[in-house]
Structure formats: C-alpha cells, structure tokens
Design a protein around this ligand. Structure first.
Ligand SMILES: C[S@@+](CC[C@H](N)C(=O)[O-])C[C@H]1O[C@@H](n2cnc3c(N)ncnc32)[C@H](O)[C@@H]1O
Length: 276
C-alpha cells in the first residue's frame, strides 16, 4: 500500500536519489540526459525565478524523479509535467504522491504548445540535447509569460550573447527577438546526480509574444550558416543578391567585408528591407 508520508522523500540528497534508483532497479539513462538535480539552493532559485502565485499552472519538461516538480507543487503550483521515460511511472507513485501533478507521457519536442493557454509559466531542468530546439519552440508558440530553464552553460551564453562575441549567433537573435533573457546562476556538475561533464546555467526568459518573422530568420540563418565568410558571400551563397546586400551595408555605414556577427537585430531587420 502506498503511504502518503513517502511523498516527503528528500530528493535533494544524492544518497536518497541513489537508493531510490536502486530500489526501482533504474539507472540514469544518458540517452534521456538524466542528470538529477540534488542541490536544494539551485532548486529554490529556479522556483523563485518562475515567480508563481499559488494555484497557477506551471508546465514542466523532464520531471525525472520529480525533484523540481515537487518543489513547484510545494510552492503552490499545479504542475503539468511532460516526461518521455515511462520507466519513471512507478517512482512518481512515491515521489509525487498526493501532489497536484499531471504527467503527460510524450516527447516534449512533439508536444502541441498551442494547446496551452496564453501567459503560461514554464520550468524545466532540460536534457542538454533538446534544450535549443525546445526553447525555440516555446518562444515561437507565444504561449508563455515566463520560461525558466536549466541548460548547458554554453547554450545559456549563446542565448544572452551580444554582437561581435564568439557565442553570438542565430540562437542569440532568436531569443533577443522574442524575449528579455537573463542568466540567473551557474550550476556546477556536482549539483547533479550523476554529475554531467559540463557546467549548467539557469536562464529566465520573459517573452514579448511578438509574432514570428520567418523572412527575417531565413536571412539570419543564411548569414550565420557560414559565419567565417563575409556577410555578402554568406548571403550570396543562399541566393540573396550581393549588390543589394552591399547597398544595405553602405546605408548602415558598414564595410563590404563585415561578417554576420557584427550585426545586431535592428541591422538584420534593416538589411531585410534591402534584400527582399
Ligand atoms: C536533466 S533530467 C531532469 C530531471 C529533473 N527535472 C531534475 O531536475 O532532477 C531531464 C529529464 O528529461 C527527460 N527527457 C529527456 N528527453 C525528453 C523529451 N524529449 N521529452 C520529455 N522529457 C524528456 C528525461 O527522461 C529526464 O527525466
């Protein structure tokens, strides 16, 4: 029989997590990016950044053993969690017992985000391999008021990068177009069980819910597809007329040999008017 008291299991203890996995005959599965957060202070910072008021729904991707899920529910959220690894079902009967949590068994990359109400809240300690496409989907859906995610630090740096820096590129412009982005804190490998090879960061995005601009992002994607080439040559390779690109650069007071990384979002928007 399930004892409701078991819902008090302390998932921020590496020992408890190790024992829990062992009891259910589970091993953290690398294919699913399973590194479980076992450091309470980072968990609290994620929950604080979500800024929920009791009774609000928070959508989570990748509940894992239920660590962040529990913390969100304990802060008063109703949680809808999307998880792909069905082996975890038995664990939730113990770790999420009695909490207002709904599990959706699905690949988050195939989830229909437009089915959510506008102004939804999102939180997730994301598997590294899906973080970039997933966050792009979340931003494009125009369904979120706030997105708080734990991602690889390198991805977080790309999200907040400014022009003329090595991390700057398509993802930086995608995020900047759709949201205000803040890197809240770096999380060392030792805060997870098992520890990943890289440092992670918590990022908070406040989307502006501006509609997508596919033409602008086709241009930006082409500009960065060959980032070591000059912008004129990179865009020429994608079929944009070089003389128009040069005219655009001249109007912006930029030299012919400039690379994509020198242009900020407003300059790409200006360039679009010259090339289409
Ligand atoms: C980094 S773990 C996070 C676990 C937990 N939230 C925590 O903080 O300890 C990532 C979780 O995402 C799940 N996952 C991996 N790929 C997924 C996908 N495409 N859709 C939904 N969940 C996925 C994994 O099974 C795992 O539970």
């Amino acid at each position: 029989m399930q004892c409701p008291l078991l819902a008090n299991v302390n998932l921020t203890s590496p020992k408890v997590v190790r024992d829990l996995l062992e009891r259910y005959g589970l091993k953290a599965d690398k294919r699913f990016g399973q590194n479980f957060l076992v450091e309470r202070s980072y968990l609290q910072q994620i929950v604080e950044a979500v800024g929920l008021t009791p009774g609000q729904t928070v959508v989570e991707v990748g509940p894992g053993l239920g660590t962040l899920t529990r913390a969100l529910a304990e802060a008063g959220a109703r949680v809808v969690s999307i998880e792909m690894d069905r082996r975890l079902e038995a664990v939730y009967a113990e770790t999420l017992a009695g909490l207002p949590v709904q599990i959706i068994w699905a690949d988050a990359l195939s989830f229909d985000w437009s089915s959510l109400p506008p102004q939804s809240l999102f939180a997730g300690n994301l598997p590294y391999n899906i973080a970039t496409p997933l966050i792009t989907q979340l931003l494009l859906s125009n369904r979120f008021r706030r997105i708080v995610a734990l991602v690889q630090k390198e991805v977080a740096l790309r999200m907040v990068a400014r022009p003329a820096t090595p991390a700057y590129g398509l993802l930086s412009l995608r995020v900047q177009y759709h949201a205000a982005a803040r890197r809240i804190v770096d999380v060392p490998p030792g805060a997870f069980f098992p520890p990943p090879k890289v440092t992670s960061s918590v990022i908070c995005l406040q989307p502006n819910n501006r509609p997508d601009h596919p033409g602008l992002f086709r241009l930006i994607e082409a500009a960065f597809a060959q980032r070591r080439k000059t912008l004129v040559n990179a865009l020429k390779a994608a079929g944009y007329p070089p003389e128009r690109v040069k005219r655009g650069l001249e109007a912006m007071g930029l030299p012919d040999n400039v690379r994509a990384e020198a242009l900020g979002l407003p300059q790409f928007e200006q360039m679009l008017a010259y090339v289409v």
